[in-house]
Design a binder for this molecule. Structure first.
Ligand SMILES: *Cc1c(COP(=O)(O)O)cnc(C)c1O
Length: 356
């Protein structure tokens, strides 16, 4: 038998989560955001689960082309656009839509012979100060794009910095975007997962949900279950060794955990080289045979230790859920000082992935 770790991908959950978001905004269309290998879930697997999605949004042009080659006929948006003149030609050849966020790409659009005109998403910076033209330039840039024979259509796009934080919200950025684009008769795409859920006024022509498709909550204070989301990934392994320790005995690298009495330790075949966060501290929740217990000491490259003391009969061969259907990834992420996004994206190539 091979090393017992595996990631199960629950494709029914991904479908259910997509339909959940669609039901909030029945008159909008929604890209399924599948960048970063569909947040670690497998690009083609997710595209197949969402074969009737309105469209897909991705960063990596290789992935976009792979979707086309797999038969995807819906719109595919390149969220960061193209990075070279050659990529622009490739994008047109594969009928990809592209975000345009800086002047160089407009110059390429104006001068490059393309197989067909492309639909562009004019990305405006409304206050996040990451990518995009200054929102105040919207009309001027839209006019320049509109005059370009290679541009088949324009959608206006922006991205929110604090849609996940109810104390800060999106009001200032949305006001900036709306003021700058007033009078332009163009489609809008502004909402990520958090905005789609929390701010109905952001449910415009195209939503861009990512994290919710995978069953993780974008909000620190609202659980995925509260939002009606289902976990899309279960990371599981097994206990492959046990130790009996006494008061004063330490566990793992750095001897950071020291027993204060007799304990049974279980060693799980999962470590940071599998994508489990090394900075998860003692106390991070872990399920052993469905029962909640805690991580002990430092996570190693290939193993981690859990407390089996209160789990009568638990030992080698017991199943371990690191996160998933029964243990929310967001709880593990919070314990490790990160977010569900980072954990799911970090699943390592050596972990076998099964579609269930
Ligand atoms: C990743 C991304 C999204 C999806 O964000 P979630 O928080 O995962 O919903 C939406 N829009 C853009 C531009 C992105 O890069």
């Amino acid at each position: 038998m091979s090393r017992p770790i595996e990631a199960l991908i629950h494709v029914g959950a991904i479908r259910s989560n997509y339909l959940n978001i669609k039901s909030l905004a029945p008159t909008s269309r929604a890209f399924a955001v599948v960048k970063a290998n569909a947040y670690g879930h497998g690009l083609l697997r997710v595209a197949q689960a969402l074969h009737d999605a309105d469209g897909f949004a991705i960063l990596e042009i290789e992935g976009a082309i792979a979707l086309r080659e797999a038969g995807v006929t819906q719109p595919i948006l390149l969220l960061e656009g193209v990075f070279s003149h050659d990529e622009l030609m490739l994008a047109a050849r594969h009928d990809l839509w592209l975000a345009v966020h800086e002047p160089q790409v407009i110059a390429w659009l104006e001068t490059t012979p393309l197989d067909r005109p492309v639909h562009v998403f004019l990305k405006l910076n409304s206050g996040m100060n990451r990518l995009g033209f200054p929102a105040g330039d919207a009309k001027q840039v839209a006019a320049r794009l509109g005059a370009c024979a290679n541009v088949a259509g324009i959608t206006l796009m922006t991205h929110f910095a604090t849609a996940d934080d109810p104390a800060r919200g999106i009001a200032a950025q949305l006001a900036c975007f709306d003021a700058a684009t007033e009078g332009l008769d163009l489609r809008h795409s502004v909402a990520n997962s958090a905005a789609s859920i929390a701010y109905p006024q952001t449910r415009r022509d195209w939503l861009r949900p990512g994290i919710v498709l995978y069953g993780s909550s974008p909000f620190a204070a609202r659980s995925a279950a509260d939002l009606g989301l289902q976990a899309a990934m279960t990371l599981r392994s097994k206990i492959i060794g046990t130790q009996r320790v006494q008061a004063g005995d330490a566990v793992g690298y750095g001897a950071t955990f020291v027993a204060d009495g007799p304990m049974t330790i279980g060693i799980v075949a999962c470590g940071y080289a599998d994508g489990y966060p090394r900075h998860a501290p003692t106390g991070t929740p872990v399920l052993v045979d469905g029962v909640r217990t805690r991580l002990l000491g430092r996570v190693s490259m290939d193993m981690l230790a859990v407390d089996l003391t209160a789990l009568a009969g638990a030992g080698i061969g017991c199943s371990v859920e690191l996160w998933g259907a029964k243990l929310p990834i967001d709880e593990v992420a919070a314990a490790a000082g990160t977010i569900g996004y980072e954990l799911m994206c970090a699943i390592a190539p050596r972990v076998p992935v099964l579609t269930v």
